[in-house]
Write a protein of this length. Structure first.
Length: 482
C-alpha cells in the first residue's frame, strides 16, 4: 500500500529540489494511478483519484451511472443498478452518477508507483525545458559566453555549457579554421531558443551575420548607444564581411566610428573573428547609391532593376574583382543588399543585350580614358611587386608566377602524340633499337605515367595562375579599404 506520510514528504522534496509545483506533482500522481487502473482493470472505466492533503491517503473512485434494474446494465464497468447505488449514496437516483471506492493491494500499488515515476520523469523534463525557455527566450539573437566542456563522439561539435545548460556548437557553426580547447570560454550568438527540441533547446553560432553585428554593438560605444546603426551585414565567416552603416548624429561619421583611429577598432573585431576582414560601407536610402557603395572598390557603369533583380555592369578590367574568388565578392554584396544581382562586364552586357544606363559612378568617357586603365594596371602592378618582394619559398610558392614560357599548343600536341603511340599498340619496332633498350640497365619507361605527370604538371600551372589572380584581387581590396 502507498504510505501517505511518505507521499507528502516526497511531494515537498520534489517541489523544493526539482522546482515542480505541488499542484502539478499531485496531478502527476493522480494521472499515474488512473493509467495504472486502466492497465490493471479496464481501459473504459472512469476513475477519479482523491489525495488527502493532511494524511496523504489516496482513494480510487470508480464513476458509475445509475440505471433502474440489473437488466438495464450494458457495461458493468460504467453502470450500476439503483439498488446497489443506494448502498453507496442514499440519495442516488436513476440517470445520475455515483462514485464507488476501489480497494487496491500491493500489486496494484507497485504498478501505480511505476506509472507515477514515468509521468514524473516526463513532467520533470517538460518543467526543465520550460524553465530553460523562460531563461533564454529573451537572449535570442544576443551574444553569450559559454565554456567548452567536451566534444561529441564523432568530433563534429563542441559541447558548450552556458549558465548550466549544455548545447552543441557544431563545427559548421564555427569560423573556418578555428579550434577550441576544453575549459576555454567562447562567445556565441543564440540563434534560436526552442520549447520542445529534445536534443538541444539552444541553437548557437559564430558564423551568423548577427554575431558580427552584436559584437560591434558590444565593442563600439557609438553602436551600443544607437548613435551609429548597423543596417545590414553579410559574411563569409573567417574570410571577409561587409557591413552597411548610418549615423543618427550629423556630427558623427559612421565609417570612422566603426573603423577607429588607424583601424584600431575594426582590427580588434577582426582579431576575434579569426582574422576576418570587414569592409564598412555607407548606407543610403537611394538604393542605386547604396548598391554602388556596396560594390566598392569596383566602379559601376550601370544599375538596372529587371523584375526584382538588379543587372550591374562594370568595366571589363574589373569583372573578376567584382565577382571575387569563388564568387565571394558578389555573394557578399547580394546578401548585404538582400537582392538578387547579375554582374556583367561592359563587353558581355553588350553581347547579351543588357541595358547599359550609365547611371553608376563612372562615365563612358572615364571607362575609355587611358588614365583609368593605367590606374587599374598600376594597382595590379603594385600588388604584383608586393608579392615578389614578400616571396618566401615555404609560404608563397603557390602564388608565384611560373618562371618559364610554356608553349601550351606544343605541349598538348606532344601529349596527344604520346597517347596515340601508346593506345595504338605499336607492333613494328626497330630490332636494333629494341636490343639497345634491353641492353641498358634502367627501369622501364611507362608511357601512362608520363601522360599522368604531364597532365598533373599542366593542372599545377593552371592552379598557380588562378591563385595568383585571386591574391591580386584580395590585395586590391586591402589597398582600397586600408
Amino acid at each position: 500500500m502507498v504510505n501517505g506520510a511518505q507521499l507528502l514528504e516526497a511531494l515537498a522534496s520534489i517541489e523544493n529540489e526539482k522546482g515542480i509545483d505541488r499542484e502539478i506533482a499531485l496531478e502527476g500522481i493522480k494521472e499515474g494511478f488512473q493509467k495504472a487502473f486502466e492497465r490493471f482493470y479496464d481501459t473504459d472505466a472512469i476513475i477519479r483519484v482523491e489525495i488527502d492533503d493532511n494524511s496523504g491517503d489516496i482513494k480510487l473512485l470508480q464513476q458509475l451511472k445509475v440505471v433502474k434494474t440489473i437488466n438495464d446494465i450494458e457495461d458493468d464497468w460504467l453502470e450500476i443498478e439503483l439498488e446497489a447505488a443506494l448502498q453507496i449514496n442514499k440519495t442516488a437516483i436513476v440517470g445520475e452518477n455515483v462514485y464507488k471506492e476501489i480497494k487496491f493491494g500491493d500489486e496494484f500499488s507497485r504498478m501505480a508507483v511505476g506509472q507515477v515515476r514515468q509521468i514524473f520523469q516526463q513532467k520533470l523534463k517538460a518543467t526543465e525545458r520550460e524553465s530553460i525557455y523562460r531563461r533564454f527566450a529573451g537572449l535570442e539573437n544576443e551574444i553569450v559566453t559559454g565554456k567548452i566542456v567536451g566534444t561529441n563522439d564523432n568530433q563534429t561539435s563542441y559541447l558548450l555549457d552556458i549558465e548550466g545548460v549544455q548545447t552543441s556548437l557544431w563545427n559548421k557553426k564555427c569560423i573556418n579554421g578555428e579550434t577550441f580547447k576544453i575549459d576555454q570560454f567562447v562567445d556565441v550568438l543564440i540563434e534560436e531558443v526552442s520549447r520542445e527540441n529534445k536534443y538541444s533547446q539552444l541553437s548557437v553560432s559564430r558564423i551568423a551575420p548577427n554575431f558580427l553585428i552584436k559584437l560591434l554593438e558590444r565593442e563600439i560605444s557609438e553602436v551600443h548607444d544607437g548613435v551609429v546603426e548597423i543596417v545590414s551585414a553579410s559574411r563569409e565567416a573567417g574570410k571577409r564581411a561587409k557591413i552597411s552603416v548610418l549615423s543618427h548624429d550629423m556630427n558623427v561619421e559612421p565609417i570612422g566610428a566603426i573603423v577607429g583611429v588607424k583601424g584600431a577598432r575594426i582590427n580588434q573585431i577582426s582579431a576575434q573573428l579569426n582574422g576576418e576582414k570587414i569592409d564598412v560601407i555607407r548606407y543610403s536610402e537611394d538604393f542605386t547609391e547604396y548598391l554602388i557603395n556596396a560594390m566598392a572598390p569596383v566602379k559601376v557603369i550601370s544599375v538596372n532593376e529587371v523584375f526584382g533583380e538588379y543587372d550591374i555592369v562594370v568595366p571589363n578590367e574589373q569583372l573578376s574583382l567584382a565577382i571575387g574568388k569563388f564568387g565571394m565578392a558578389a555573394k557578399l554584396v547580394a546578401n548585404l543588399l538582400k537582392r538578387r544581382i547579375n554582374i556583367y562586364s561592359l563587353e558581355s552586357a553588350k553581347e547579351a543585350n543588357v541595358s547599359v544606363l550609365w547611371n553608376g559612378n563612372i562615365t563612358e568617357e572615364q571607362v575609355n580614358d587611358p588614365a583609368f586603365l593605367s590606374e587599374v594596371n598600376k594597382r595590379k602592378n603594385r600588388t604584383d611587386a608586393t608579392s615578389r618582394e614578400n616571396f618566401s619559398p615555404r609560404n608563397n610558392y603557390v602564388a608565384k608566377k611560373p618562371q618559364y614560357n610554356i608553349d601550351r599548343e606544343a605541349l598538348s600536341a606532344f601529349q596527344d602524340e604520346i597517347g596515340e603511340e601508346y593506345n595504338s599498340g605499336v607492333e613494328e619496332i626497330d630490332e636494333e633499337l629494341l636490343a639497345a633498350i634491353n641492353a641498358v640497365d634502367s627501369p622501364a619507361i611507362d608511357l601512362k605515367e608520363i601522360q599522368a605527370e604531364l597532365a598533373s604538371f599542366n593542372n599545377v600551372i593552371e592552379e598557380k595562375v588562378v591563385e595568383e589572380i585571386d591574391e591580386d584581387e584580395e590585395d586590391l581590396y586591402e589597398e582600397y579599404y586600408d
